[in-house]
Design a binder for this molecule. Structure first.
Ligand code: SF4
Length: 369
């Protein structure tokens, strides 16, 4: 089988090229052709020596993911479903705004965390994506959109690792993908514009701060361990106090001077004023240092298996007012791509649930208990 060059960050590509007898600067040229120019045909890489192009033809390829479906929302959001083999499919979403274009990228086929308000979690878990499968989402979206918008300029300015999966549970594949997003010879994105969203894999938050510190978003969703254990089952392993300390520690290395907390608003579950006040106590303790943060309140997108409902708009407003009143910057996420099921928590490709996460989750999670 040919080597998929999307599997490498620049260091990896240099090592691969050197193993073929090529010099480092040739790897840099090749990296630029692939990621800056979006070229997959080696014969079009005109500044590479003929002999190198022949080696590439024989041993390598740029293997994109087959597209199963594409849906275009009336608000400009685009959702692709990609085939990743063996009955698994993942989803990727492009969200255009006036001042930026954001790509929401998946890191796993399914997710093992099993949050009961999330369509991905409801499907269970099949496997981690490879670096190539993570980068192929960006490579394909960028090259496709550039062609459709008839522009040479970059269309995707921001990446959020908020699609299917828990990115920090796929750490070894994630890091080369992040490095490629940031690399000036590839996508050249600012660290502030690449966000890893985690449900709280505490040891990996610390490793990320050392290996590739990018913007961090944490899926919080509850202000105490008893509720968070049920809403984000990973909390059983890494409880709130440990998670919030990891966030404090991360700030010393983060490209932004705050952590973003995501909070999905679930009617009657986590959306009372008392919940909001408990959150304030965590991040603005009466005694101790405040934790610089922003809250992003996410309207829940109901799906039948969840048995959960969206908080009414007036409740979300009142909840936001408690946080804002305590001096915490709080936004309510605009839902985008509702009409194509591309909004937050709605991504659900096709997952062969090899670990029966969905089955176990259905037996053990009772949110209203
Ligand atoms: S919310 Fe995130 S961590 Fe939880 S199940 Fe969904 S994808 Fe996994």
């Amino acid at each position: 089988m040919k080597t998929n060059l999307l599997d490498f960050d620049l260091d990896g590509l240099v090592a691969w090229c050197q193993a073929q007898g090529e010099k480092k600067f040739r790897a840099v040229q090749l990296f630029r052709w692939i990621h800056q120019k979006g070229v997959a045909d080696f014969s079009a890489m005109t500044d590479l020596a003929q002999s190198m192009r022949q080696t590439l033809q024989a041993h390598a390829e740029i293997r994109a993911l087959p597209v199963i479906t594409r849906h275009d929302s009336t608000d400009g959001t685009i959702k692709w479903m990609f085939d990743v083999g063996q009955g698994n499919a993942i989803e990727t979403v492009f969200i255009p705004e006036t001042d930026r274009g954001t790509l929401c990228v998946s890191s796993q086929a399914g997710c093992a965390v099993g949050c009961p308000f999330c369509s991905t979690g409801a499907q269970g878990f099949s496997r981690n994506l490879t670096t190539a499968e993570i980068l192929a989402q960006l490579w394909f979206a960028e090259t496709t959109l550039r062609r459709e918008f008839a522009t040479q300029d970059r269309v995707i300015s921001n990446v959020v690792m908020m699609g299917m999966g828990e990115p920090l549970q796929n750490y070894s594949a994630l890091i080369p993908a992040l490095k490629t997003m940031l690399d000036d010879h590839a996508y050249g994105m600012s660290r502030r514009r690449v966000t890893v969203s985690t449900s709280g894999v505490v040891p990996m938050i610390e490793r990320l701060s050392q290996d590739c510190p990018v913007a961090l978003a944490v899926s919080l969703h509850a202000p105490n361990d008893a509720l968070r254990d049920r809403l984000v089952p990973l909390n059983l392993k890494y409880p709130l106090a440990e998670l919030l300390q990891a966030c404090r520690d991360y700030l010393a290395f983060a490209p932004r001077d705050f952590i973003t907390f995501e909070y999905c608003m679930l009617d009657g579950v986590n959306d009372t004023d008392a919940h909001a006040m408990a959150l304030v106590e965590w991040v603005r303790p009466a005694r101790g240092e405040p934790l610089p943060c922003k809250f992003n309140l996410i309207p829940f997108n109901p799906f039948p298996a969840s048995g959960l409902l969206r908080s009414p708009p007036e409740r979300v407003k009142a909840f936001a007012a408690v946080l804002s009143g305590a001096g915490i910057v709080t936004t309510v996420r605009k839902t985008r791509g509702d009409d194509i099921a591309a909004a937050c928590g709605q991504l659900a490709g096709d997952v062969q649930d090899r670990t029966d996460v969905a089955g176990r989750r259905a037996k053990t999670i009772q949110i209203h208990a």
